[in-house]
Design a protein around this ligand. Structure first.
Ligand SMILES: [Zn+2]
Length: 358
């Protein structure tokens, strides 16, 4: 019997989901909550859309529906957690907590559906939220290579991947093959120098005759749209660097420049300097102690990673290395939301270590 990539991906997600369900139905998260829930949490989202993903939609984890977002907001309120802006979260972390726990809602990249589909939900709840925008994206210059590759795979029967051992021909006929190919290509590109990876991605798209230039304009808000949003006191626009590179893989000078220029360009367009930052990709390989230090030196009040976890009083000493709780397209259920709010899965994954800033 052969197991293909799609089956492995689904299997892994299923094992994780059954573990989470077992935790939820055991009720153990209630027992763990006093130790695991911390003083607050920062939710991470990307796209919010009612659009139904195709059978092969490699990036579907990045998308939740507006209905799910609405249900999360209800759950947070039901749990008597205060929904606050990043400025308010900063104050509460520095004070090492307050009577109630807090929750922030943050969205990365500046997708247009944030304005069209998420904004009305937040407005209905009078809930503050933040959008982190890489300054190249509203310029129409953003390289959304992870979507470009998905598009190329969708329209091809085979992809030639330039790998160190020579060109690798990856079949992409069935949905399972497409998923397998995406996993292989994505992993390969994330593990190499990013400028080179983007060149390879561009050549894959060229061969597949996929027009990637329109992708950014189609998916990302324009400066006018961002400016409009920014007039609403519920909205915080945060920085997400200039060109969305994995900073830890860049020389220090270049990483600093990416962070500084992203903020400069947002300030130029919006008239206010962004005080909050999200590191592109945000995993330990993309943002580490060097980036946490630079963010502080550049004057950001907070900076968020994609490391998993909730906020503890100890984060007062690590305001530029904050973890987040991902609202992932694969986990759109109330049970998962309640579980994540308890912090219990993260406590178990992180071995009850509260701060991960290494
Ligand atoms: Zn991003």
């Amino acid at each position: 019997m052969t197991t293909n990539g799609l089956e492995i991906t689904i299997l892994k997600a299923d094992v994780l989901k059954s573990g989470l369900r077992a935790l939820y139905y055991s009720g153990a998260h209630h027992i763990l909550a006093p130790f695991s829930q911390g003083i607050g949490l920062i939710f991470m989202l990307h796209q919010v859309s009612r659009e139904r993903p195709s059978p092969f939609a490699a990036n579907r984890g990045l998308m939740v529906t507006p209905e799910f977002l609405d249900s999360v907001l209800h759950e947070v309120k039901r749990a008597r957690i205060d929904i606050v802006s990043l400025d308010e979260a900063y104050e509460r972390i520095r004070a090492r907590g307050s009577a109630n726990r807090f929750a922030c809602f943050t969205l990365d990249d500046g997708y247009r559906d944030n304005l069209q589909q998420a904004y009305p939900v937040f407005t209905r709840h009078r809930a503050p939220f933040a959008i982190y925008v890489p300054s190249d994206f509203p310029e129409g210059r953003g390289d959304l290579w992870w979507f470009a590759i998905e598009k190329a795979i969708l329209s091809s029967d085979e992809i030639a991947l330039e790998a160190p051992g020579g060109v690798e021909c990856i079949p992409t006929k069935s949905d399972a093959e497409k998923q397998n190919a995406f996993n292989r290509i994505y992993r390969h590109l994330r593990n190499m120098d990013e400028a080179g990876a983007r060149r390879i991605a561009a050549r894959i798209c060229d061969t597949a005759k996929v027009d990637t230039t329109g992708l950014c304009r189609e998916l990302i808000m324009s400066w006018d749209e961002i400016r409009d949003l920014n007039t609403d006191p519920l909205v915080t626009i945060g920085a997400h660097t200039q060109a969305h590179f994995a900073l830890a893989r860049l020389p220090e000078k270049r990483a600093r420049e990416e962070m500084r220029r992203g903020a400069d360009l947002l300030e130029k367009q919006l008239g206010v300097r962004p005080l909050h930052l999200s590191y592109p990709y945000g995993d330990p390989g993309s943002a580490g102690p060097r980036e946490f230090r630079i963010a502080e030196e550049l004057g950001f009040k907070t900076a968020v990673t994609t490391r998993k976890g909730v906020i503890f009083p100890e984060h007062a000493e690590h305001l530029t290395a904050l973890p987040r709780v991902s609202l992932n397209g694969e986990y759109q259920s109330t049970a998962f939301t309640r579980l994540f709010m308890s912090g219990a899965p993260f406590a178990l994954w992180n071995g009850f270590r509260k701060v991960d800033a290494a």
